[in-house]
Design a protein around this ligand. Sequence first.
Ligand SMILES: [Fe+2]
Length: 325
Amino acid sequence: MTNSAKNVKVIQKGAHLGAEIQGVDLTQPVDAATFKVIEDAFVEHELIVFLNQPITSEQQIEFAKKFGELSVHPFSPNSDDTPELIMFDNDADNPPFSTDCWHSDETFRADPPKATMLHGLVIPEVGGDTMFASMTSAYEGLSDRMKNFITGLECVHDFKPFRALFGNDAKSKEDLRYFEDRYPTVTHPVVSKHPISGKPVLFVNPQFSIKIKGMSEVESRSLLDQLFEQSKIPEFQYRHHWAVDTVVVWDNRSTQHYAVHDYFPQRRKLDRVTIKGENILSYFDAADSKAIQNNKSPLPDDPKVKHGGHVPKRQLERSLEKAKN
Ligand SMILES: [Fe+2]
């Protein structure tokens, strides 16, 4: 099938995130007009799914490059020939490592990835789903009081789960020091601004976020624990059940994910390619932070979200838009 923008259908799958892209064959070239429809859906729905795509690794890499320059993960098992390709191949002899924790990929970097793409190759008969959460919706779901409180805050991120990969011998310690020099802790805004949609995103995650700047350890831990709860709220989630040759691409700037570890010791094999990102922008500028210090809210009152409940706001907005048109 030759790809054409007019054949592309975007089918919303989740209330807050997730859409299936139909009418695209990823074994064939994807032209600019077709890709524009795909990339717009990727930003709007935060996660896109393509079914029945029997692509090779090379085709996966070619498609990923349309989203931007690829990046190499410093700690994951990469392909020798193609370092951009990460192969997750887990079974009874190789249990999965540290992905059953809510996170955005690689936020220990100064410029975390823009997007991550997975291609399902071997899927367990039971289990092995991936959970996703919309962190734009997670932010919207906070009370106005909490939104005000976290305005202007910054958080320190660290590659902490990967420290477990290093042993106690001299060589391992030297290797760890190399990675600490290469990837020192970084600071990101707690509320980031999506570079395309401009929406606020709750940008802290339990895998890599370790400390709120300017707060005591107890205050920081308590606040982070509260904020980490947001991705666990089912209303903000989409649960993806894998099939062979499904391709999923998520916007790493606006989502978090959690690989459900319920399939061991069955085999699960997925190929991952990651697309480079940029510095994380703050949603608030210096004037907003000043306003907060003066007890003035920079946030307009939103009549739809009065109590910080799990209001499916984006769904409501979409319904209202549709009703108007
Ligand atoms: Fe991940």
